[in-house]
Each structure stands twice: as structure tokens, then as C-alpha cells.
Design a protein around this ligand. Structure first.
Ligand code: AMP
Ligand code: ZN
Ligand code: FE
Ligand code: FE
Length: 293
């Protein structure tokens, strides 16, 4: 059945996080917020876990709210001539089909690897006389503890003045205590997503940080590897950039998608559904495109 005219006039948010990863709202609170904003649909795209989506699903079903299964995965991109890899976030949507059992197994392995990295990072920080334990980090991170949780602890304990300094001085790639997390290449993640029955979409392309021509060729390569969509609308994309990415998506025959990347109070300037200063408005047809893919 084609969507009603009323639905086609409404908006969706295809990129959001709960406190199952690094957001601050519970899955139930996020669904309530999405309803209060009159969104036609929401995708929960936590990092490396479906736990938040799975908690939200019965609540959404009971309310007759359209919730889409999604996830956000990190990947590594080697750029010709550069020694450091770039990191590309890949959103994977499952609007119609359930992920394969193999995909769930793979995710569990990713989480184990992350825990390993967190342990090493705790050690590296302790070696720099920071008082921190893995238990403390995991208490904040629930199923997925990550560097944002480390950052908040460093701020709360007064080792740094703010979140940015935590990354600059302790957690980021330039910091002496940086510990890299093993990650698959972007092409590998795209392949895995397709094999799992999901729809891979490159998230917030601006954050890859490539010059436009290189970025275009890179996206063309991803498309050849099975990429389906490009996140055109995102809180980090000013309107002019959204227009640009829409032309890129059209030229490469990638589906345009969009979302706020809402994280709750850790990113207080980003609102669910509408992003930063109202720069996000993802039309319902974006979700229709994913459903038809
Ligand atoms: P992890 O997956 O644990 O390695 O943490 C990665 C997350 O840390 C990213 O998704 C960002 O939200 C955050 N992050 C990484 N680098 C920075 C930075 N320089 N400033 C602020 N947040 C960052
Ligand atoms: Zn996040
Ligand atoms: Fe991301
Ligand atoms: Fe995100």
C-alpha cells in the first residue's frame, strides 16, 4: 500500500542514539520524545548494539509507532598517500528484514574487541597517573562503553576542563595514551551489512574529511562494493552542504537518507528530528526509499 498523503508530509529521523550506546535517553524516553515531536518514524542507530532498539520495540509497537531497526558501525578507510587511516561511520538499516544470525555473532565479537580496547585504554591512562577503572567506565557505558564515557569521567574528575580536551590530551588519535580499536575497512563493513540482509548507508560524509573530488571517487568505490545510501541530511551538514550531498547521491544513484544523530544531553545543541538550529528535516520518502531497496 502506498503511504498516505498525510504521512508523506511528515518527517522521520533515521539516526539516533539511546543510553544503550552513548546517548543519554532510555529507549522508552526516546520513543516518547519522537512521538511528542510528531515524527512519522524513528530509527535507533546505536553504535555496535541493537539492545536499545530491542528495548524500544515493544513500546513502539504498543503505541503504534513506526520504529526502524538500525545500527552504526565504525570502519577504517585507507587513503592513498596518507599514513593515518580515516574513519567512516556506516549506518545499517533493517526496515524489512531481520539481521542474520552471523551478523549478531559478529557484533558480539566487536563488543568483545571494544572491551579489550577499553581495558588497554584504562591501563594507558593509569600509566599516566589517571585514577580510572574499567568498572567505572562500564557503569556509565552500559552495553557499549566507549571513549565518550571515558571523556565524561576525565571531565568529572577534573583531569581536563571539557570533553574536547579529554580527546585532545588523553583519548584522541594525537594523544600519547591513544589506543586504536581494531576496525574493518569500509568495504568490508558494507559487504558484511549486505550479507546480513541490511542496507548500508555512509553516515555524515563531511566527517570523513576528504577533499570533494577524492570523496566522490571514494563513494563511487563504495557504491561498487554494495553501498546503498548516503546520509545527505545530518546535524553536521549546513543546508548548502545537504544540497551538495543530494547531488552526489543522485549522481551515484545512492538513496538519500537523513537524521539528527541525536544523543540527548551530551550533545545539547542537537534536537531529535530537527537537528542543530532546525537544519534537519528528513522527509518520509527517505524511509520509503529504504523500504523499497
Ligand atoms: P569509541 O568508539 O569508543 O572509539 O569512541 C568513538 C566516539 O568518540 C565517536 O563516535 C565520537 O562520538 C567520539 N569522539 C571521537 N573523537 C572525538 C573528538 N576528537 N572529540 C569529541 N568526540 C570524539
Ligand atoms: Zn554516538
Ligand atoms: Fe557517527
Ligand atoms: Fe551517530
Amino acid at each position: 500500500m502506498p503511504p498516505s498523503a498525510e504521512l508523506l508530509e511528515r518527517f522521520v529521523d533515521l539516526h539516533s542514539h539511546t543510553n544503550a550506546s552513548d546517548g543519554t535517553l532510555t529507549p522508552a524516553e526516546l520513543i516518547a520524545l519522537a512521538q511528542s515531536k510528531n515524527l512519522a518514524a524513528l530509527s535507533i542507530t546505536d553504535h555496535d548494539t541493537f539492545a536499545g532498539y530491542e528495548m524500544a520495540l515493544p513500546i513502539a509497537n504498543a503505541a503504534g509507532f513506526d520504529l526502524v531497526r538500525g545500527i552504526e558501525l565504525n570502519s577504517r578507510l585507507l587513503v592513498a598517500g596518507a599514513t593515518q587511516p580515516r574513519f567512516v561511520h556506516v549506518l545499517v538499516y533493517f526496515p524489512e528484514r531481520e539481521p542474520s544470525a552471523d551478523f549478531h555473532t559478529w557484533l558480539a565479537e566487536q563488543r568483545a574487541e571494544r572491551r579489550d580496547r577499553n581495558q588497554k585504554l584504562v591501563q594507558a591512562l593509569q600509566d599516566r597517573n589517571v585514577e580510572i577503572t574499567l568498572a567505572e567506565v562500564e557503569a556509565r557505558g552500559r552495553s557499549i562503553a566507549g571513549r565518550p564515557h571515558f571523556a565524561r569521567i576525565l571531565v568529572d574528575k577534573g583531569y581536563v576542563r571539557n570533553f574536547e580536551d579529554a580527546f585532545k590530551l588523553y583519548l584522541g588519535e594525537e594523544a600519547p595514551s591513544y589506543v586504536e580499536r581494531e576496525s574493518k575497512t569500509t568495504v568490508e563493513v558494507i559487504t558484511l551489512a549486505r550479507e546480513a540482509g541490511g542496507i548500508p548507508v555512509v553516515a555524515h560524509p563531511i566527517r570523513i574529511g576528504l577533499p570533494r573530488a577524492v570523496e566522490f571517487e571514494t563513494l563511487a568505490d563504495f557504491k561498487k562494493a554494495g553501498l546503498v545510501g548516503l546520509e545527505v541530511i545530518h546535524s553536521d551538514h549546513p543546508l548548502a552542504l545537504q544540497t551538495y550531498y543530494r547531488t552526489v547521491a543522485d549522481e551515484l544513484e545512492l538513496l538519500p537518507t537523513g537524521g539528527s544523530d541525536f544523543h540527548g544531553t551530551v550533545k545539547p545543541d542537537v534536537e531529535l528530528g530537527t537537528g542543530r538550529a532546525n537544519n534537519v528535516r528528513a522527509p518520509y520518502e527517505f524511509l520509503e526509499g529504504l523500504r523499497r531497496a
